[in-house]
Ligand binder design. Sequence first.
Ligand code: EPU
Length: 502
Amino acid sequence: MREDRSGIVGNGIVGSGAGNGIVGSGAGAGNGHSNGRRPRGARKAPMAHNEADELEFGSGTWQVGEQVHYVVEGGIPLHGEVRLSGAKNAVTKLMVASLLTEDRCVLHNAPRNLGDTAITERVLRALGSEVEWTGEADVALRTRQTTSTVVPLELGKKNRLAVLTVGPMLHRAGRATIPQPGGDRIGPRPIDFHLLGLQQMGAAIEDRDGLYYFHTTGLKGATIELPFPSVMATETILIAATLARGVTVIKNAAIEPEIMDLIKFLQKMGAIIEQRVDRKIVIEGVPRLHGAEHRVLSDRNEAVSLAIAAYLTRGDVRLVGADQGTLLTFLNTLYRVGLDFSVEEDAIRFFGTDEPPRSIALETDVHPGFMTDWQQPFTVLLTQARGMSVVHETIFNDRFGYTYELNKMGADTGLYTKCLGELECRFREQDSLHSCIVRGPTPLHAADLTMPDIRAGASYLLAALCAHGTSRVWGIEHIERGYDNLHAKLRGLGAHIERVGA
Ligand code: EPU
């Protein structure tokens, strides 16, 4: 055992900066290979095929058999109306926040048919919570007392949410144990910011045999400056700070809409949280939180995927519950590529035309920028745009592996290690393929595809919906972990998509 620079005791590696820290479960989403054309100078994605990872993900799903897949007939215009579900990246955090009180909490508009919700429910039950679904999208949570402080390995490995339980468990029991997290293979996904924040608040952390052990005699407020505005590190600290002694200041905090939703819920529970200018969040610790009721905000990632499905199929789709405020940047980008939409009182309508979209130079960024989770669906759209588009990914350094499969379907994309954009990017010095050039429009044809992660999975579905012929898409546990019945919603809009092999 050793003590590293960060002061965290263990055999593991805990760095202090982005990308130096604990390395996630795989080097790449690049499980595809290209038969397609690559522009000159473009590099092939690394064949980072780690069988151990593959096996872990294969069996580490939340109950989707390997033979289950989608059969998608492309080229059918989507029409009609669909109601968006509650946001995956909000509901799971709100569920965990209920651990902060012994009282009953109720969430409405909670997406039930979603793998991440099921995993979070099982984690909470393992810690002693009672979880009761009182309606299709209404869940009541109550943790009268914690019966365990350990997030079981098989659950903690499935996604990255276990670390959020640490704050509440430290408040309630003085200790917590979680496995090193899993999640999508979209590049290294360390949790060093979370650990350093918790440590500054008075948690002692030991890293042993793939597990993190935390204990404390009481969390206290601290001023924590995040090296990068990480979404979940902000949430981990936010949740932990509500009951800490004194004031916590998070500098360089993330301010995504899902974080604002969490803040609203915590305030309803009795927390005192202020959002200041310049990414500063100030939390005044209180001795006790109480139960609360909350409606989960709608899923902006689901909205973007369905909107792009409408454009790609030249359809006309009304998304009920779509929130203009959380989609501002996406909507601006639609205008920039020449696409139209109309914002209505309770919905946004997205309608395609026969005219191909215009090409664009696009960069992902932290909120309020263009979200990294929209990059994959939007790149599929750009395969149908006239001219050369450039996409610079600045949040995760390995999130373009899916483009090799698109090339197999007829797309013309190439990946570059250079920063093809203006934003200051942490990947400039790294040898990672984080810029993409797309030339279009190129007709897509059907293919057999295997999803490597949630958003890449969505892009495959979109490509299949727009392609000529019938595609088969495997690895659907990824999409079903992150989207609430997407295939059923698409069917409701007229898509020819079957879930077979169940
Ligand atoms: N980072 C570190 N150290 C940390 C934490 C983050 O170096 O301790 C780095 C990451 O490696 C990454 C960057 O900071 O390069 C930003 O990562 P962030 O922490 O913001 O991502 P996250 O909180 O793990 C959430 C969403 C992602 C979404 C990102 C960015 C959840 C459960 N996940 O991840 O959603 O892409 O924020 O908005 O909220 C998805 O839903 O498909 C998904 C991947």
